[in-house]
Design a protein around this ligand. Structure first.
Ligand code: PHE
Length: 451
């Protein structure tokens, strides 16, 4: 067990570090492509509703569990109620699935950074640049490995030094740059229609899949249902106002995601001449659209380079929190040193991530229930395991440990205005919605229903 648990220095330390975990590729890369694919405005509307209800409920629950027990997920559930110890383990499985493929995307970001730094903007803006790159074998794996090593180095340095300091410096710059690029994007000719698509909800695009996608994204983006916020809560001091901190993290995370979409989605319209097909690009959207935006700017190569550097940074802080969770989990179990554990986990990430990366090239014949390797990992973690962990967390805290435990923890510092609403959400609304969504996700994947 981690005897000497580091702690964050005060309120800002926690908010920034947790925001560092939350804000990452989920906001900048995943949110825009999902919003583009799932109907724009309607996706955003559903996402916002889920964020202030489900997201808030789960995040405040997790952070409180962590702070109350002072343990990471595996130990925390066990301490609260022995029968629910397995939920902690289940939660810990999720980062093991996400870390490898997250780092694969991190590698893509490094590749683009280098392309911009070396002045290959025009090439990067070309239509086939991205597809050619990811379908190669060696290159993507190489960039991926570099990303993993960067992450591992920070994790070896420890919580305080690594995560907290890193999070405080570059995040605000990223926000400003994103706003600047978003303004540029929406003022391009032809972007107006994209802006309308992105911001105005239209019922004609609504379907159960939209809700499912928005929910999976919510978990992913806010680092929920995988033990991360529990671990972060365990580092949180008792005198840090819990509720307000959670609200701030959520707000920050959501604003960045919406800004990222503003930067990308209208640009898709502007640069594809309004071709609807372009909205369906999936994981490649950011890498295909943004270089076109930068290529059309006056100082595009410099702005692009700075932008990808900051994205890389945001991705690193998230990857650090993922790896950190894996490491603390293995460490709590095996009692090895931090260095050794990090080494073991890094080797695991390198192996699995390489396979995922090759899934776009030599291994593209590997299809599991109709999905490539990256999409399959993403589906198992976001659409299956996270809802299960979230349901069990609600049931455990709502009916066995009881909501008052969380409410008291929140009230040790500051008030908990929405505690009645919270109790109803935790016990009834959240688990029922989650169960419905889970059933839908699985039946859709297995082909029982088609939408
Ligand atoms: N929330 C992070 C993001 O939005 C991704 C992440 C997922 C980080 C899971 C940690 C754990 O990019």
């Amino acid at each position: 067990m981690d005897k000497k648990r580091g702690s964050f220095s005060g309120k800002l330390g926690f908010v920034l570090a947790a925001a560092g975990s939350a804000v990452g590729l989920g906001n900048l890369w995943r949110f825009p492509y999902l919003a583009a694919k799932h109907g724009g405005g309607i996706f955003i509307l559903i996402y916002l509703i889920l964020a202030v209800t489900l997201g808030f409920t789960l995040m405040i629950t997790e952070v409180s569990i962590g702070r109350k027990t002072g343990l990471s997920a595996a130990g925390a559930f066990h301490k609260l109620d022995k029968r629910f110890g397995f939920v902690g383990y289940l939660a810990c499985v999720v980062p093991f699935i996400i870390t490898p493929y997250y780092c694969v995307i991190g590698g893509w970001v490094i590749k683009y950074l280098i392309a911009f730094v070396t002045g290959q903007v025009e090439a990067a803006a070309g239509d086939d640049y991205f597809t050619t790159f990811i379908s190669e074998a060696a290159q993507p794996v190489l960039w991926f490995a570099i990303f993993v090593l960067l992450t591992a180095i920070v994790v070896i340095l420890g919580v305080e030094k690594g995560v907290e300091k890193a999070s405080t410096i570059l995040m605000p710059i990223l926000v400003l740059l994103t706003i600047g690029i978003a303004i540029y994007s929406i003022t391009r000719p032809g972007a107006g229609e994209g802006l309308r698509y992105y911001l105005l909800p239209s019922m004609e695009h609504f379907s159960a899949t939209t809700v499912l996608a928005a929910m999976g994204q919510l978990f992913y983006s806010m680092s929920l249902a995988m033990g991360i916020m529990i671990t972060y809560g365990s580092y949180m001091k008792k005198d840090t106002p819990l509720r307000n901190s959670v609200r701030q993290i959520e707000l920050f995370d959501t604003v960045i995601a919406i800004l990222a979409g503003l930067m990308i989605v209208p640009a898709v319209f502007a640069f594809s001449g309004g071709n609807e097909e372009a909205l369906n690009k999936g994981p490649s959207l950011m890498f295909i659209t943004l270089p076109k935006v930068f290529d059309s700017m006056t100082f595009g190569s410099v702005i692009g380079a700075v932008f990808f550097l900051l994205v890389l940074f945001a991705a690193l802080t998230s990857a650090i929190s993922l790896l950190e969770t894996n490491v603390s989990m293995v460490r709590d179990k095996l009692g090895l040193s931090r260095k050794k554990t990090t080494l073991i986990v890094t080797i695991y990430v390198l192996i699995v991530g390489s396979l995922v990366s090759l899934g776009f090239g030599p291994l593209d014949f590997v299809q599991i229930i109709g999905m490539g390797l990256l999409d399959f990992c993403d589906f198992v973690s976001n659409s299956v395991l996270m809802p299960i962990v979230a349901i069990l967390t609600c049931v455990c805290m709502g009916f066995f440990v009881k909501p008052h435990v969380i409410i008291e923890e929140v009230e040790t510092n500051g008030d908990f205005k929405e505690k009645k609403f919270y109790t109803v959400m935790l016990k009834w609304v959240a688990p029922i919605c989650l169960i419905l969504i889970l059933i839908f996700a699985v039946s859709e994947a297995l082909g029982f229903v088609t939408v």
